[in-house]
Design a protein around this ligand. Structure first.
Ligand code: HEC
Length: 116
């Protein structure tokens, strides 16, 4: 009995991980990437966001998360593997970075069609 369980266990694990679609996985990662959500600083769709306004030496300043849904994959990948001022370091795997990029660009084809 125990033997059968051990034999089946890896398969149940595998089926669990394939239970969600690539799209759902990517969305979850964007919302909860083992740390604070990307969307809090970069906007829900990666369109960029004003995080805060403040005054420094009597000058109005703003802290902005730039748009990240309009950059090349290599730029995106490099950024996530380097230290960025004002952004937490996530230590994502290449697969995770790819999923995030996929998430931010999932509607590109639709957008292009609508623009025609
Ligand atoms: C606490 C706010 C914050 C969070 C959370 C955050 N970022 Fe950022 N991110 C920033 C800021 C601020 C910059 C721009 C820094 C600069 O201008 O030097 C930035 C820059 C970037 C860049 C580089 C953009 C470019 O044009 O070079 C990428 C890519 C990026 N973030 C992706 C992400 C992803 C993906 C996540 C989630 C895993 C994330 N960020 C979470 C604040 C944040």
């Amino acid at each position: 009995m125990k033997f059968i369980f051990m034999l089946l266990f890896p398969f149940t694990l595998f089926s669990l991980s394939t239970f969600i679609t690539k799209s759902e996985y990517a969305q979850q990662l964007y919302k909860n990437p083992r740390g604070i959500a990307c969307g809090l600083c970069h906007g829900k769709q990666g369109e960029g966001k004003l995080i805060a306004k403040y005054k420094h030496k009597n000058k109005e300043k703003s802290f902005v998360g730039p748009a990240i849904n309009n950059i090349q994959y290599t730029v995106f990948y490099k950024a996530l593997n380097s230290r960025i001022k004002g952004m937490p370091r996530y230590y994502l795997t290449p697969k995770e970075v790819e999923a995030l990029y996929f998430y931010l660009h999932r509607n590109d084809q639709k957008k292009a069609k609508n623009a025609q």
